[in-house]
Structure formats: structure tokens, C-alpha cells
Design a protein around this ligand. Structure first.
Ligand SMILES: Cc1cc2nc3c(=O)[nH]c(=O)nc-3n(C[C@H](O)[C@H](O)[C@H](O)COP(=O)(O)OP(=O)(O)OC[C@H]3O[C@@H](n4cnc5c(N)ncnc54)[C@H](O)[C@@H]3O)c2cc1C
Length: 476
């Protein structure tokens, strides 16, 4: 049986990776009475979302914005259940998703479903039916998910449906109502920058779940807020008796007769549990983490699974007092996509400009990498100043991350921003693997900060009686 301790086994569950999904599942299991060990290869927890300092400013590498950020929304419920809310500064982005720039055309995406609908109608009055149906269907998908709608009773079918593919893509849905290509490009661009797949790839349901949250209550954590959230998570791990092993890279998942038995670190130490949960990119199971007994067909699936693009991220300290609007730019001809967000770090304003990179083959030597990085930074800055001329001379570059920085420091394969690509043909993976007791969470299953949290709560819904567990989550 799941999570049953066996004789000679040290832990009920071992979690590999302390990103948002690993932290979430570790705290849940410990809170529900299980003895948990959490292993992280880095020197501290959550390297992908852990802010760091440059020139007196905090830079947030992998967490800029999220949907469902209002009081009482799902992130609030999750944080309260995990007991990590205290002192976590966050804000709602009153201006919504800001501007989407397609070539030379600009569109404003405000906050709130009704406002988004009105805004689209003002740009595409002749496509009222497509816009109305789109907003109606996004709302419906959100209302029918018990993760997001706390009025709904939970059921296990709903969990599995959430993780299964849809029968149509975003593009197919819009085309059946004769939506113009420009509208498809706007929604596809938002989807691409926020989820990592295009309008003709993304199952409508996944688009609706993610974008619905952004339309409803787009928000952000301040740099201090993210630091506080991570400090609170560490405190909860300690309070709940989770053994946290930092600087502890797992080299092997121990398996006996198709049953997970534990893990072995690169230093050669073994730890035992009949439940092992991997939160890293599942492709690592094929390359870096030895995992014998995976069937060839599953290995092939891992090999063939496509990662989302990586990001070149440039951070700037802004020497202007005014507030700015986030924007996303897409060039149809070159496929270039750039996202720009603003955050607060103490008294400073920090701009993060993220240029998507589809070329997953990195140059091998440092010369090649330097050349590629310089070329991308030139493109990024040309676009940034072209779209926001007011920033010329007022933005000071304080750090610049490349896809290979992410791969090196967080093991995100190819620097992939959102892990395994969610497409109509190849949805992310399921929690279960062909090895009994070996489960996946995080970037294998669902994209983004909230997706990682949902994937961990979804796994817990499989472990525990959902009718007892879920009310405990939402009624804190
Ligand atoms: C530039 C960028 C910007 C982003 N912006 C946003 C955003 O604004 N909003 C949003 O919602 N999402 C954003 N994302 C995505 C978001 O950061 C991720 O989806 C999320 O943090 C993934 O969390 P995770 O727990 O699944 O994976 P990870 O955080 O990658 O956790 C996996 C952990 O496993 C560890 N690990 C790997 N291998 C081993 C091993 N063998 N042994 C031990 N430990 C190991 C890694 O060090 C890592 O800490 C962004 C991503 C990037 C790259």
C-alpha cells in the first residue's frame, strides 16, 4: 500500500528536489503524519525561484507573475494549509496583463473576465461570437475545476481529467467561431510566454486553467515576499520533522522488483522509503539519475517528451519613479517573443526582460556561448527600448541569465522554462510511473508556480481520501 513504512525502511516518503513542487508535497505529507526526507542538490532550497542580490536589488529568476493571487483564491488556500502565509508580501497587478504587442499593433489586456471581454470586443467588434464563446468557455473550465472553485465537491475523476488531454486546441476552438488570426496570435502569444506552447499546440483546457487565473486575479510576490515564503517553508519543514538534505544530489533511485526502495546520493549514501517522489525534469531519469527497470517504452517517452523553450533573462534597475505596465511582444515572422515584468525590491524597481529561446542546442564552448549571449542581449535591448523608449538611459543592467545558467544551477533540462511541453498530442506525464512507489510532480505534470503546487496537491489527493483531505486544505 502507498506510503506504508516497511521494516528496515527509514522514511515513509523521499522527495527529490526542493523547488515549489518538492517543498509543497514534502510539507503536505509531513503535515498528514508521514516521515519525509527531502533531497536538494543545491546549497539551499528552491534555486529556481530563490531571489538573489545584485547591486542592492533583489532579482527573482523563476517567479515573476501568477494568476489566482487574490485573497481567498487557490494560492491563498494552499499557502494557508501549508502554514507559510505570514509576512509574505504580494500584490495584485491592477492593470492586468498589460500590453500585448503583435508586430506593430498593440492590445491592452486588463484585469477581470468582463474587462478582458470588453477589451477584445473593442479591438475585434466583428468577432463578438468568438470572443464571447472564448470567455464563456474559459470561465466554465475554471468553474468546473474543484482546485480553483472551492464551492465544488472534490472527486478523483476530476483530478484525472485535469491531467488528461482535451479534444481540441486553443486554435481549433477559436477557429470554429471564425476568430481572426490576429486574435489567435494574441491569445497564443500569452499562452506561449506563460505556459510554453503555442495556440495550435495547447489543449484548450490547459490554456483556460492558466489564463483564467491571469484574467481573474493577476498578481506577484515582492522579492521580500518570495524570500519570506521560502523561509516560512523551511520553518515548516523543520517544525514538521522533515529531514532536509541540502548539497545532496541523488544519483540513483533504488528499485527492487519494480518497487521503489529509496535513493542513493552521489556521495554514495543510501536512504530508504517505499515512496519516492521526483520533482525534477523527468528527462533526468534517462540521463543523470540512474533508474533501472524503467521499461524501454517509458524511456522512449521520456526521450521524446519535448521541453518548453528556455529564457534569456536580463534584470535592470530602473531609475524612474513612475509605475509601468508589463508587456509581451511577438513577431510573427521571426517567432521572437519577449516578456517584460516589473517588481519591487525595497525602494528599487526591477525590470525583468525575458526573451524566449527555442534553440535547445547550446554552443559547447565558452566562446560560442559568449557570442550567442551577446547577440541575444542586443536583440532583447533593441526590442525593449523600441517598445519603451522612456527607459533609454534610465535602465541599468544588473544581471543577465542564459538558458544554460538555468540548466547549470537548477537542472532544468535545456534551461526549459516550464518543463515538459503541454501539447494536444503529448500532454505532460502522469504522477504514476511504471515503477511502483515512484511518482512525478512539478514540471513533469503542470507548468508554472501554481501548476507545480497543484501537481503536488493532486498527488496528495491520490494518496489520501480526497473527501477528507480536500476540506482540510480549503477550510484552514
Ligand atoms: C526565467 C523563468 C521565468 C519564470 N517565470 C515564471 C512566472 O513568472 N510565473 C510562474 O508561475 N512560473 C514561472 N516560471 C516557471 C516556474 O519557475 C517553474 O514552473 C517552477 O518553479 C517549477 O518548480 P518545480 O518544483 O516543478 O521544479 P524546480 O524548481 O526545477 O525543482 C526541481 C529541483 O530539483 C533539484 N534537483 C534536480 N536534480 C536533482 C537531483 N538529482 N538530486 C537532488 N535534487 C535535484 C533542482 O536543483 C531543483 O531545485 C519561470 C521559469 C523560468 C526559467
Amino acid at each position: 500500500m502507498l506510503l506504508d513504512n516497511q521494516s528496515g525502511v527509514n522514511y515513509d516518503a523521499i522527495v527529490i528536489g526542493s523547488g515549489i513542487s518538492g517543498l509543497t508535497i514534502s510539507i503536505i505529507l509531513a503535515k498528514e503524519g508521514k516521515k519525509v526526507a527531502l533531497f536538494e542538490r543545491d546549497k539551499d532550497i528552491a534555486p529556481l525561484i530563490r531571489p538573489y542580490q545584485r547591486e542592492g536589488c533583489g532579482c527573482s529568476p523563476g517567479l515573476h507573475i501568477s494568476g489566482w493571487m487574490a485573497q481567498g483564491d487557490v494560492i491563498d488556500s494552499f499557502f494557508r494549509y501549508l502554514n507559510v502565509t505570514d509576512g509574505v508580501e504580494k500584490g495584485l497587478v491592477e492593470k492586468g496583463l498589460g500590453r500585448v504587442i503583435i508586430g506593430t499593433n498593440q492590445y491592452h489586456i486588463p484585469n477581470g473576465f468582463d474587462n478582458v471581454e470588453k477589451s477584445f470586443l473593442s479591438y475585434f467588434p466583428e468577432s463578438a461570437e468568438a470572443i464571447h464563446q472564448y470567455i464563456r468557455q474559459v470561465r466554465k473550465v475554471n468553474e468546473e475545476s474543484f482546485y480553483l472553485n472551492h464551492q465544488m465537491a472534490p472527486n478523483i475523476k476530476n483530478i484525472h481529467e485535469l491531467m488528461s488531454s482535451d479534444s481540441y486546441t486553443l486554435q481549433e476552438y477559436l477557429k470554429q467561431y471564425n476568430a481572426p488570426q490576429e486574435l489567435i496570435d494574441i491569445l497564443g502569444t500569452l499562452n506561449n510566454i506563460l505556459v510554453g506552447s503555442t495556440a495550435d499546440e495547447i489543449p484548450f483546457k490547459v490554456h483556460a486553467l492558466v489564463l483564467g487565473g491571469f484574467y481573474r486575479s493577476l498578481g506577484f510576490f515582492t522579492i521580500h515576499g518570495i524570500n519570506r515564503f521560502l523561509a516560512n517553508s523551511k520553518r515548516e519543514l523543520t517544525r514538521l520533522g522533515v529531514d532536509l538534505y541540502l548539497n545532496s544530489e541523488i544519483a540513483e533511485i533504488l528499485i527492487d522488483n519494480k518497487q521503489a526502495m529509496g535513493v542513493k546520493t552521489v556521495k554514495g549514501d543510501s536512504y530508504f522509503a517505499s515512496t519516492v517522489i521526483a520533482s525534477f525534469n523527468p528527462k533526468l531519469l534517462n540521463s543523470q539519475v540512474k533508474c533501472d527497470m524503467l521499461r524501454p517504452i517509458y524511456r522512449r517517452r521520456l526521450e521524446e517528451a519535448e521541453n518548453t523553450f528556455g529564457f534569456y533573462v536580463a534584470f535592470y534597475k530602473i531609475k524612474l519613479d513612475q509605475e509601468f505596465e508589463d508587456f509581451t511582444y511577438f513577431d510573427r515572422n521571426s517567432g521572437t517573443i519577449l516578456g517584460v515584468t516589473f517588481n519591487h525590491s525595497g525602494d528599487n524597481k526591477v525590470l525583468s526582460a525575458m526573451l524566449a529561446d527555442y534553440d535547445q542546442g547550446f554552443p559547447i564552448n565558452s566562446e560560442g556561448k559568449k557570442g550567442r549571449a551577446e547577440e541575444k542581449l542586443r536583440l532583447l535591448e533593441n526590442l525593449l527600448y523600441d517598445k519603451m523608449p522612456i527607459l533609454k538611459g534610465k535602465a541599468v543592467l544588473i544581471d543577465y541569465l542564459k538558458p544554460w545558467s538555468f540548466e547549470r544551477y537548477t537542472k532544468t533540462v535545456n534551461g526549459s522554462a516550464y518543463g515538459i511541453k503541454q501539447t494536444y498530442n503529448t500532454m505532460g506525464f502522469q504522477h504514476r510511473t511504471p515503477i511502483h512507489g515512484l511518482y512525478l510532480v512539478g514540471q513533469a505534470i503542470y507548468p508554472g508556480f501554481l501548476g507545480s503546487m497543484i501537481s503536488s496537491f493532486a498527488l496528495a489527493c491520490e494518496f489520501f481520501d480526497v473527501n477528507e483531505f480536500w476540506p482540510r486544505v480549503i477550510n484552514q
